[in-house]
Write a protein that binds this ligand. Structure first.
Ligand code: FAD
Length: 440
């Protein structure tokens, strides 16, 4: 059975004008809208399908600072602060709980990598610490696999993806924002070189600024504007169990399994060491950009050539604004999970933690991660398109750092001094971004 995600009621009418228009109703778009609306700015979020039904509703629900790229730690810290008051902020239940995250290491070499990251943790006074194998027994009782050690962060957390973003969207509406579902944005209009409107499938909305928070669709959208955004999709496969007593209450990641306790008493489970890289035309176009990360992740990525190649080859990469676009043809990206990967992950998990032996699978699903070559998002204005901002490419960790990232983009949009240094996230770090793509 596939995934069930909460839905919000549709907003009836399309406004004629909104100061800011956000494209995409995932955690990034909705939280950006919420921060702007709280500042009294008129904001409209346009979502082609349903709010939070793509990555933001399909992820593992880990809210983690541990192991982050150093450039993302300030975003992680601000996000954690925001998450810890999230239920109050949105007046709803997002399931946020500081339940701790453990990374177990099979080998001394892997443990040494974790230890190296602790240098960053110390700078920010994080409570991350190493565990030796005896201490692992205390933290993870019932663990039957011998690990060289572990990295443990008690203050890391989890939240519930299947309901968190819909709760945030309801809060955005209460603060006066508009959230339009089943309303794909086809493109933008400019006046004297500045963004002046977006064209949606339901009509045009005038605006002064636009934020693209389109997740795995951002590359396609930007391609039509002549911007070559180096983003690929990687398929993650996930399952959730019925309520289960016995396994540890933490989120735990090993080399070949991952689990975390859920608010409903079940567990969300995946194979941490295996994702599917679908071979598509973009794999060849972006081969050079992704080669270093492909080499680094060669043991974790399983290349697959299937129906998706033809599907993407047939997807138009250019369209006029009065034409039906690929965004309207695919309301929700809902790929099938890779059952072999799920089966392996489950078997590895049961071997390591026999308490999972009696698990009953309630649902299984797939989700496409929007991956960037350096696994760091782009957050900022497009220099040659004043008023147009990108917040995309969260590379598998935008749920946890989403609130801080949204806060940053909202600060940039309203011209406020940002709390966090935005320079590591500038799109100019990809020299080719400013290169105009060839229409094919
Ligand atoms: C299997 C899996 C596991 C993950 N686990 C974790 C985790 O444990 N912790 C973590 O921090 N992160 C995790 N992530 C990553 C995290 O889910 C994402 O980084 C985050 O949700 C990205 O949010 P977003 O708003 O950018 O994108 P999305 O949630 O994908 O939202 C983008 C939205 O834009 C809409 N859209 C696109 N184009 C248009 C258009 N033209 N018009 C209108 N709407 C449009 C789409 O329909 C979509 O709803 C995981 C992801 C996956 C897939």
């Amino acid at each position: 059975m596939g995934i069930t995600i909460e839905t919000i009621d549709p907003d009836a009418s399309l406004p004629k004008r909104s100061d800011v228009i956000v494209i995409g109703g995932g955690i990034i778009g909705i939280m950006t809208g919420l921060f702007l609306a709280k500042e009294g700015i008129s904001v409209t979020v346009c979502e082609k399908g349903e709010v939070g039904h793509e990555q933001s509703g399909r992820n593992w629900g880990w809210v983690r600072i541990m192991g982050r790229d150093p450039s993302e730690i300030p975003l992680g810290l601000e996000s954690m602060r925001l998450w810890s008051e999230m239920d109050k902020l949105v007046g709803g239940d997002t399931g946020f709980t500081r339940s701790g995250i453990v990374y177990v290491a099979d080998t001394p070499a892997k443990l040494a990598e974790h230890e190296a990251w602790l240098d960053h943790a110390r700078q920010y006074q994080l409570d991350s610490r190493l565990l030796n194998s005896r201490e692992i027994e205390g933290v993870l009782p019932g663990c039957k696999r011998a690990f060289a050690g572990a990295l443990f962060t008690p203050s890391d957390a989890r939240a519930e993806p299947q309901k968190a973003v819909p709760a945030m969207a309801r809060a955005l509406r209460r603060h006066g924002g508009t959230v339009l579902t089943r309303c794909a944005v086809r493109g933008i209009e400019t006046t004297a070189g500045r963004v002046s409107a977006v064209v949606t499938e339901r009509g045009t909305i005038a605006c002064s600024q636009v934020v693209l928070a389109g997740g795995a669709w951002s590359r396609l959208f930007l391609g039509n504007l002549g911007i070559d955004f180096p983003q690929l999709k990687v398929l993650g496969s996930v399952l959730r169990t019925e309520p289960l007593d016995g396994p540890p209450p933490y989120a735990v990641g090993g080399s070949d399994f991952a689990f975390r306790k859920r608010q409903d008493g079940g567990y969300t489970i995946a194979h941490r060491g295996a994702s599917t890289a679908e071979i598509v035309p973009d794999s060849f176009r972006l081969f050079g950009d992704f080669l270093p990360s492909l080499v680094k992740q060669r043991h974790e990525l399983r290349l697959h050539l299937g129906a998706r190649f033809l599907e993407e080859a047939r997807t138009p990469r250019r369209w006029a604004l009065d034409e039906v676009t690929p965004f309207e043809r695919m309301r929700v990206l809902d790929p099938a999970p890779a059952s072999n990967i799920l089966n392996e992950g489950q078997a590895n998990l049961i071997k390591a933690f026999p308490a999972f032996a009696g698990l009953k699978i309630a649902q299984a699903w797939g989700g496409f991660v929007d991956a960037m070559p350096d696994a760091v998002p782009v957050i900022g204005e497009v220099p040659r398109l004043p008023g147009f901002f990108i917040a995309s490419g969260f590379s598998g960790h935008g749920f946890g750092i989403g609130p801080g990232a949204a806060r940053l983009i909202a600060d940039l949009v309203r011209g406020a001094r940002p709390l966090i240094d935005a320079r590591p996230f500038r799109l100019e770090r990809f020299a080719r971004l400013e290169r105009t793509t060839r229409a094919e």
